[in-house]
Design a protein around this ligand. Structure first.
Ligand code: ZN
Length: 374
């Protein structure tokens, strides 16, 4: 994240702090020291309120780090790349790609965060039950921390993508239907609806006397809404850019025509009847180019016997894509040259043919790009 600095590593995971975090640390310390603690615990020294307030705020973020570490460590254990954890204005965020391999990874990696918070809550709650004098600063700290970890678990499980609950929802729909696009639209729409409710709740909170924490809630809601809206547009494309290779979706070893053949033989031959719109062209046992049948048909009929395929084909050097390219690159190449298919290469050898209709068909099967992404 821009504007953040590296603090170090925790359990092998890079840990960064964004400068906005100091603002929120100060605000939370102040809310605790000047509002919450004095209203609930009377008769402490002013310095006690402030030291316990500051410590409480720091431990709140330590709880957030434990939550994020759960995401990151499980992702790492499952072999997914983890960039690190950043604390910033709205809490913590783990930079990882939980959905790069499918719904199961996303489900497991998303749910362990709230489970870690729930675990912390349980431990702290049990410790608090063992406290004899609940009016001490130590008891106050324990009370605040079990409460905040429970709140973290519940809040993060709201079905609002890109929060954990929204990711759990998305992976469940994705797993059940096999359609990542449908899952994304549902989970991000739910994210937008929940955000609006959070903003409404925060507004009510601010107007009924809790101005600072209400304003905070409104800001979080606004942040969530824009994240859900952005994800709606971008996350499927991200999935596709880490998705199948052109080589997975091509037709391997398609039939070819000889470069020496007259156009007439191609247009009147059996391959045309097979419903193909283009053919690979071979010469001396190597694929050297490709012809689109629509281009051949545009030639004057009188020339069909005279013109050879070699003269009208497009060389593979001109239009082709590598087998290890991803869908966005292949679609961009097809679009750029306004063609419907092109040869697929491994190095300088042609290994298949990829059609726009097959790529679009794959996207439709995942329910991506079939409706307005709004
Ligand atoms: Zn989380």
């Amino acid at each position: 994240m821009n504007g953040s600095f590296r603090v170090g590593k925790i359990a092998g995971i890079a840990f960064e702090i964004h400068y906005t975090w100091f603002v929120v640390l100060a605000v939370f310390s102040w809310i605790l020291a000047d509002g919450f603690l004095p209203s609930r615990y009377k008769g402490w020294e002013e310095t006690t309120y402030w030291s316990i307030g500051t410590l409480g705020a720091i431990l709140l973020f330590a709880s957030v780090v434990v939550h994020e570490l759960a995401h990151s460590l499980v992702a790492k254990a499952r072999g997914l790349p983890v960039e690190g954890i950043t604390l910033f204005l709205f809490g913590g965020v783990s930079s990882l790609k939980a959905d790069s391999r499918g719904p199961k990874d996303e489900l497991i990696i998303s749910i362990v965060g709230p489970l870690a918070s729930l675990g912390l809550f349980a431990v702290l709650r049990v410790l608090y039950e063992g406290v004899t004098d609940t009016t001490t600063p130590f008891a106050a700290l324990l009370w605040y921390l079990w409460w905040i970890n429970l709140a973290l678990a519940i809040f993060n499980m709201l079905p609002a993508f890109p929060m954990d609950g929204g990711r759990v929802l998305r992976s469940a729909i994705w797993g059940l239907t096999g359609k990542v696009g449908l899952a994304t639209r549902f989970a991000t729409r739910s994210g937008q609806v929940v955000s609006v409710l959070v903003i409404a709740g925060g507004t009510y909170e601010a107007l009924t006397g809790f101005f600072v924490s209400g304003l905070w809630t409104v800001l979080i809601g606004w942040f969530l809404f824009s994240a859900a809206t952005r994800s709606r547009r971008e996350i499927d494309l991200e999935f596709i850019s880490g998705g199948p290779l052109v080589g997975d979706l091509m037709e391997p070893d398609p039939p070819t025509v000889s470069a020496d053949l007259p156009v007439a033989d191609v247009l009147l031959g059996g391959l045309v009847q097979s419903g193909r719109s283009g053919l690979l062209v071979s010469e001396h046992g190597r694929v050297v180019g490709m012809v689109a049948l629509s281009d051949l048909r545009r030639l004057p009929r009188a020339d069909w016997d005279r013109i050879r395929v070699r003269e009208v084909m497009t060389h593979t050097q001109v239009h082709s894509v590598q087998a290890d390219a991803r869908l966005p690159e292949a679609l961009a190449l097809l679009g750029e040259h306004s063609i419907e298919q092109m040869p697929v290469m491994e190095g300088d050898r042609v290994v298949g043919l990829v059609r726009r209709s097959d790529l679009i068909g794959y996207l439709h099967s995942q329910d991506i790009g079939t409706r307005d992404p709004d």
